[in-house]
Design a protein around this ligand. Sequence first.
Ligand SMILES: *Cc1c(COP(=O)(O)O)cnc(C)c1O
Length: 359
Amino acid sequence: MSAPARGPLPRPDYRELSPYAPDRRPVEIDLSDNTNLWGTHPDALAVIRGADTDALARYPSLYADALRQAVARRHGVKVDQVTTGCGSDDVLDSLWRSLAEYGGTVTHVAPTFSMVEPLSRMNGREARPVAWSRALADPETLFEGDPLMVYLCRPNNPTGLQAPSEWVERVLEIAGDDGPVVLIDEAYADFATDAWIPRVTRYPRALAVRTLSKAYGLAGLRVGYGVGSASLIAEIEKSRGPYKVSRLAEAAAVAALDDRGGWVERTVHECVENRARLRAALDDRGTPAPPSSANFVLLPVEAGRAVPTVHALREFEVGARPFPDCPDVGDAIRVTVGPWPMMERFLAAWDTVRTGESR
Ligand SMILES: *Cc1c(COP(=O)(O)O)cnc(C)c1O
């Protein structure tokens, strides 16, 4: 038996927590993390190249008001309905911390974004997964055990599933005006239609969250934002605190959100076209991927084969993300959609790997 822990460390609920460690070894064609494979926003890059001394020497704005204004312009909402953060993970973290003092559960659909479980734990909340099939069949199941919050991801990572809007509406209705907070993670909404920003502002306890890490090509800058009712946003801003978005990141993000040259629009359009083309190519090979509303597809593989398949693809300098034993799905690999020559490299590797697999 180990000796009882003494002093403040380790925090008991952190004992099982380990650092985020996906396989990030460099690979020629990296289709593993859903960043924008067309590159970055040229207007954002121009802002950074033109930076002056103040951009580094002085503190940023307290609550990133210029960025809040740019978000308000982009979505037709009010500035006091917008919160921002160092990546959308930070917006989620601020929300988690703004909820009840300690304890409680966060219900989330499963499979979903891999940060939800650790973020819950880091904030002393218990994460409770509900399989998508169950949640879609009966949204009441998301509310069992009286959670503090319900996390939905739409379109969902890693499945690409876009839950029907009427279903989301039903979830919001059950939550009511003073029930659990409903978080709608819209990290991939740029690649879909029928988003919940701006209509989410009609619900006092709902927040829709976006990131500039995917469609906007700014993952390295770390910028995300949330849109919701002014009363909810005011609480999140308290736990966010000042100076969360750097000066350079704020200025570059504003330029990207304004999207004057239409770079986001163009690359998103091409991505959506290539997604259909990739799915058709996979259909032709007899290895179909289910429909996706995001910038990736989830490709089912045989039981136990997710990790070995990703390793085999790596031999061809192609990176993908393995999802072993997912609820509703089984083993699968997630492949980011990029410019067509990259998709050709993936398909060539896939042809060899899957033939090798079936032997
Ligand atoms: C990639 C991703 C994010 C982005 O997180 P950032 O911290 O903004 O980079 C958020 N939610 C989901 C579901 C994602 O897949």
